[in-house]
Write a protein that binds this ligand. Sequence first.
Ligand code: MG
Length: 389
Amino acid sequence: MPDIAGTLEAHVAPYAVRAALSRGRAFPDHDAGYRGLFQRDRDRIVHSSAFRRLQYKTQVFVSVVEGDYFRNRLTHTLEVTQIARTIARALALNEDLSEAIALAHDLGHTPFGHSGESALDEVMQSQGGFDHNAQGLRVVDLLEQRYPRFPGLNLTYETREGFLKNCVPAGKPGRPRAELGFAADEMSPLEIQLVGHADEIAYDTHDLDDGLVSGTLTDEQVRAVPLWRDIEAQVVKEHAGSEHDARLRRFAVVRRLIATLVGDLLAETRRRLAAHRIATLQDVRCCPEELVGFSAELSPRKAELEAFLLEGFYNNPQVKGLTTLWKERLKQLFAAYRDDPRRLPEGHRRRVESAGESLDRVICDYVAGMTDRYARKHWGTLVGTDFGF
Ligand code: MG
């Protein structure tokens, strides 16, 4: 059998992650064959239950009620993945690893978007709160039960490390990497760093699109953001007549915006790799700064766009209305299981009885794993009488 990982990775840069040098899986596994190590991680993620459930989880809009056009967690994940693969390939990094991490990056998200996360964070305060990245790690390490020989998906160290998006090396302000069981004094590889930025590029751009289509944002409002205004002016100049077709113009501006952000990220990352004389993966791990990033010129313009989205879109009462209602309802659902744990499925009850996990942690895992409509069904049965959203 040919060395498939070696063939796939023959053209990656010397500072890319290579399967042959992976820190491996917690439980020894048979990785030889026609798929590389990180391809197998990707396939395990795509075949997981948590991945399929992303299609009925809210990104910003509760799409099953508010319209099929809008992004849900699954379509968002697919947009992040294609941007991450583009960046990884352009930088000659390990595309399979970035793809696996991007596909997994939102597996720990609750139903009803950030309102759901905030509900679980409040009820879990006595146990350290709730963080979707740490929860994603629980999903792939423990909660997916698909193999007889080990819990979870038994992913490689590097793919699991992808969930450390908000963690930092020892000595820096923030949640330490060691808290989640990873080497304390290292930076993440470039394949991981880039996924966080691919996530930002995807939501910054698709949320503008969803905001405009929903009518939450108007053309006049987005034109007040200099980055949007400048790109729109370029588009109108290059495509005569596009100023008369708002829909085609919107698509063209969003496309150009993605290309602008990706192009800047590639140029700035190459600049940093050269400035820090990065020659090996060890150099990346030891570098005191993040190497993947946006330029000093674009960063404030991007921040301005994100501040606009926060105020005009995410915090817009029209957008938040339904998910705010569900924040309270998820807390009620959590309390209903706590009042009578017999309401939990048998497998979850067993985890309290035999695996020594706290009742709150088990309820949290169960509620976090729900889709919007599954949560609605169970809230309707256990708490409320209103079966509508
Ligand atoms: Mg995301």
